[in-house]
Design a protein around this ligand. Structure first.
Ligand SMILES: Nc1ncnc2c1ncn2[C@@H]1O[C@H](COP(=O)(O)OP(=O)(O)OP(=O)(O)O)[C@@H](O)[C@H]1O
Length: 300
C-alpha cells in the first residue's frame, strides 16, 4: 500500500458491495434549486477502472452531479450508489466507510489557504484516520507530494506561494491522501498552460494505471478527453444524453455533440492525432501528443 499506510485491512472487513464492474450507478436523478431543475431522470454508470470524462455546456450540472454522487447535494429523486452502496439518505457512519474510498479535487483546488501543502494533504488523514501519529502523517504527505510530481520543497509552502499548476498537484495530492479507489476531478486542467495541462493529464493517467483508480473527470478540455479518457459522458437537456468512446459519440446525431467534437477546437484536437478516438492511453508519449494538440489554440 502506498504512503506506508495499510488501509486495505479495514476495507477488506467492510461489506463486499462491489458487483458487476460498476463503480458509480446513478438512476432517475432529479436535482433542483428552487424552481430551477438541473437534472431530470438522469442515468449514468461509471465502470470500475475507467477514466470517464464528463462534458457539457456551462451550467448543465456537471459539478452538481459530482456533488450529488459524493453526498454534498441532496437530490429530489433518484438513486445513487458507489461500489454498490447507496449514498443517499444514509446516516454518517454508513457513508463514512464509503467516503474513505474516494478523493476529490474540487474546481480551483479548494486548498485551505492558512495551511501548508503538507498540512492540506494531512487534513483527510486526520479526519478519516485519527489514529495515525504525526510522524507517519508527515511521511505520507511527503510521499503524496512526490507522487504527484511536486518538489519536496513544496511541502512547507502555503497555497499563495504556489503556481496554478502546483496548486492543482497539491489538490491532487490531498485527493490521493487516503489511497482512494475512486477519484473525482473537477476541471483539473482549467487555467493551466498547454504544457502544464498535458503534464497533469499524463500524471492522472499514470496514477490511474498504477493505483487502479476509477476516475470521474469533469472537463471542458478536449485534449484531456482525447488523451486520457476511456469514455465520455455528455450532459445536456438535464440528463446524460450519450456516453461512450469518442468514436461512438461522433457517430451520434446530437447537434451539441457534433458541434463540440466537430467544431474548430474539436477538429484541432482530432487532427493532431490523425484519427478520432482516444489518442493514447499508455504512459508513452501521450503527454507529447496532448501538448501538440493544445499548441496553437487558446485556453478555454
Ligand atoms: N448552491 C447552488 N445554489 C443555487 N444554484 C446552484 C448551486 N449550485 C449550482 N447551481 C446551479 O446549478 C446549475 C448547474 O451548476 P454546475 O456548477 O453543476 O454547472 P457545470 O455544468 O459544472 O458548469 P461549468 O462548466 O460552468 O462549471 C447552474 O445553473 C448553477 O447556477
Amino acid at each position: 500500500m502506498s504512503g506506508g499506510l495499510d488501509m486495505s485491512e479495514e476495507r477488506a472487513s467492510a461489506p463486499a458491495h462491489d458487483d458487476n464492474g460498476i463503480a458509480i450507478r446513478v438512476r432517475g436523478l432529479r436535482t433542483s434549486f428552487g424552481p430551477q431543475v438541473v437534472h431530470e431522470n438522469l442515468d449514468l454508470d461509471v465502470y470500475k477502472g475507467e477514466i470517464l470524462g464528463v462534458v457539457g455546456g456551462s451550467g448543465t450540472g456537471k459539478s452538481v452531479l459530482m456533488r450529488a454522487i459524493i453526498g454534498l447535494q441532496q437530490p429530489d429523486e433518484g438513486e445513487i450508489s458507489v461500489f454498490g452502496q447507496s449514498t443517499i439518505g444514509q446516516v454518517d457512519e454508513d457513508v463514512l466507510a464509503l467516503r474513505k474510498r474516494w478523493g476529490v479535487l474540487f474546481q480551483g483546488g479548494a486548498l485551505f489557504s492558512t495551511l501548508t501543502v503538507a498540512e492540506n494533504i494531512e487534513v483527510p488523514l486526520r479526519e478519516f484516520y485519527p489514529q495515525i501519529g504525526p510522524e507517519l502523517r508527515d511521511e505520507i504527505a511527503a510521499y503524496k507530494i512526490r507522487m504527484t510530481g511536486l518538489p519536496p520543497e513544496a511541502g512547507p509552502k502555503f497555497p499563495s506561494e504556489l503556481s496554478g499548476g502546483m496548486k492543482k498537484r497539491a489538490g491532487l495530492a490531498r485527493a490521493l491522501a487516503i489511497d482512494p479507489d475512486l477519484l473525482f476531478l473537477d476541471e483539473p486542467t482549467a487555467g493551466l498552460d498547454p504544457i502544464g495541462a498535458a503534464s497533469f493529464d499524463e500524471q492522472t493517467r499514470q496514477l490511474q494505471q498504477t493505483l487502479g483508480l476509477t476516475v470521474f473527470l469533469i472537463t471542458h478540455d478536449l485534449d484531456t478527453l482525447y488523451a486520457i479518457c476511456d469514455r465520455v459522458a455528455v450532459l445536456a437537456d438535464k440528463k446524460v444524453i450519450a456516453v461512450g468512446t469518442i468514436d461512438e459519440l461522433l457517430a451520434t446525431e446530437h447537434p451539441w455533440i457534433q458541434e463540440y467534437f466537430n467544431g474548430p477546437r474539436g477538429r484541432a484536437a482530432t487532427s493532431s492525432r490523425g484519427a478520432g478516438g482516444k489518442a493514447d492511453n499508455g504512459a508513452g508519449d501521450g503527454a507529447g501528443k496532448t501538448e501538440k494538440a493544445r499548441a496553437g489554440k487558446d485556453e478555454g
